[in-house]
Design a protein around this ligand. Structure first.
Ligand code: HEC
Ligand code: HEC
Ligand code: HEC
Ligand code: HEC
Ligand code: HEC
Length: 375
């Protein structure tokens, strides 16, 4: 790629001297660090995001390595299309270079002109160089060319990576789950929940364009405890006892998530626990797991992200994840000693099992409800 550089045009400004040295790559992608010289606040929140870490993330690295061992160099093109998407243009599949190492970069997203969802293997329609595309209709930017882009305020931009159906198997369907939900009908896009507006500077010393507000770029998702707690409501709706049989009814509602819970990569699971503690004595526990399970043609469940993302699955054997706004009513039955007080507790854990050298488990306790049942 030609490394033609041009200097950013300048206006008389107190920070002009500093900006003077900043150059954007006219013929190719510019590093996010350069964008970050002016867009300091957006850069900082992006830097904390999983988008910025989509290559350096040790969970990805471990799984990418496993995939590479299994399928060889073709793996690079496959995985990096979404995890280091500048590679679709630069063909720079060596992760030691700076640009692919930046993951999903500023300039990648802001050089997107369109996405073609009918061509899922290469959905990105890019125009890389001088023009940065964004959501502001009245873009009177003087330091670099800008163009209004409706795409950036649409869920379609996210769909280019958050929908993945290798060989027709619906591996990740966050976009279509949203598309079929009330949120799509109401026009509540992904950005509304994942890039909420807050006060900030769009560029150094330039306040946000909408009453001082800018879009947040850290895209908090399943790894954010706040997002997770917002997503689900849990309530014990009834406890009945008859002789030694106790029946507990629990309602679990997906109240705040714009797609099914859990969504995305199928190794994520949600577990609802119901526990009964009788006096100071025994603890009884039951659970329900909400998940999507992908099996291969031999009827074995794929448990590694690497196998799933390589597209080695043939069918979805189970999918009981909770739809947006759905309330799932579960009934648990326990056989416990009669005539004793019991503490009934229900809670949900969000579980993911990334492979980092050794299998580990991470849990986030999301919501909890408990009642005391007197005999
Ligand atoms: C020399 C400073 C500077 C650099 C470097 C810079 N920008 Fe900007 N950019 C600005 C300013 C100033 C604005 C206009 C803010 C305003 O007044 O709305 C802007 C606006 C934008 C917009 C909003 C467009 C719209 O109106 O919707 C986007 C998107 C953008 N820049 C992306 C980038 C990207 C990506 C990079 C790195 C490749 C970058 N910028 C590098 C200063 C800079
Ligand atoms: C170029 C591909 C690409 C695009 C475009 C994209 N994403 Fe992502 N996104 C990813 C990848 C890859 C990850 C996982 C990164 C990792 O390995 O940790 C991710 C992670 C996320 C996460 C964090 C998930 C978690 O588990 O916490 C959220 C939330 C998210 N994206 C939302 C969005 C939204 C909203 C949009 C549209 C505005 C969008 N993404 C556009 C590829 C993309
Ligand atoms: C995953 C794609 C993605 C990445 C990566 C990304 N952006 Fe954005 N950016 C967006 C989207 C989408 C919007 C518009 C959100 C909306 O309209 O709801 C946006 C908005 C903006 C705006 C306009 C802000 C406003 O409030 O009007 C600027 C400026 C900007 N981004 C700069 C950057 C910079 C600088 C980086 C890197 C540090 C970056 N973006 C990384 C997708 C991205
Ligand atoms: C109504 C708000 C809302 C909308 C709309 C929404 N999300 Fe989410 N999203 C959430 C909440 C809350 C969570 C955390 C709970 C969960 O995992 O579902 C989340 C989680 C995620 C995750 C992390 C999943 C994981 O398992 O770690 C990704 C990725 C994501 N959303 C992408 C998207 C994309 C892409 C869209 C649009 C197609 C979208 N979201 C629309 C609220 C929303
Ligand atoms: C179509 C785009 C796409 C392709 C192709 C893709 N990924 Fe991803 N990957 C994503 C998105 C989006 C996420 C975030 C999922 C979520 O949280 O919902 C993700 C998440 C992951 C995660 C979990 C990261 C974490 O921190 O939890 C791993 C591991 C992963 N991908 C590995 C791979 C491997 C290995 C390949 C190639 C065999 C691959 N991916 C191909 C889009 C893609």
């Amino acid at each position: 790629m030609g490394a033609v550089l041009f200097s950013v045009l300048l206006l008389p400004h107190p920070i002009a001297a500093e900006q003077d040295k900043i150059t954007l790559n006219e013929k190719g992608f510019t590093s996010s660090q350069v964008c970050g010289k002016c867009h300091t606040q957006i850069y900082q929140s992006w830097k904390e995001s999983m988008h910025a870490g989509s290559v350096t993330d040790p969970v990805f690295q471990a799984s990418y390595m496993m995939a590479y061992f299994k399928k060889g160099p073709a793996t690079a093109k496959l995985c990096l299309r979404c995890h280091a998407p500048t590679s679709v243009m630069t063909k720079d599949y060596d992760l030691t270079h700076e640009l692919p190492g930046e993951g999903i970069t500023c300039d990648f997203c802001h050089s997107l002109k369109d996405v073609n969802l009918d061509n899922p293997d290469n959905p990105f329609v890019l125009d890389v160089g001088k023009v940065k595309r964004g959501p502001n209709i009245k873009g009177d930017v003087k330091v670099h060319d800008v163009e209004y882009s409706q795409l950036h305020s649409s869920a379609r931009i996210c769909a280019s990576c958050h929908e993945y159906r290798p060989n027709g198997v619906p591996v990740m369907t966050t976009y279509s789950e949203w598309k079929e939900s009330i949120y799509a009908e109401q026009g509540t896009n992904c950005q509304y929940c994942h890039m909420p507006e807050s006060m900030g500077e769009i560029s150094k010393n330039v306040p946000g364009p909408r009453e001082g507000k800018i879009f947040n770029h850290n895209l908090a998702g399943g790894h954010s405890v706040i997002q997770l707690k917002k997503a689900l409501a849990l309530k014990i709706t009834g406890v009945t006892r008859q002789e030694d049989r106790m029946t507990v009814k629990v309602d679990l509602t997906n109240q705040g998530s714009g797609h099914r819970v859990p969504t995305g990569i199928p190794t994520r699971k949600l577990v609802l626990y119901c526990e009964v503690k009788v006096g100071e004595g025994k603890v009884y526990r039951e659970q329900v797991v909400y998940e999507k399970a992908i099996f291969n043609s031999q009827g074995q469940e794929l448990v590694h992200d690497s196998d799933i993302m390589l597209g080695l699955g043939s069918f979805v054997a189970k999918d009981n994840r909770i739809y947006p706004k759905e309330t799932r009513q579960e009934t648990f039955t326990f056989f416990i000693p009669k005539g004793k007080e019991a503490l009934v507790t229900a809670w949900v854990d969000y579980l993911y099992q990334p492979v980092i050298l050794q299998p580990t488990e991470m849990r986030v306790e999301m919501n909890l409800d408990s009642v005391i049942s007197t005999p």
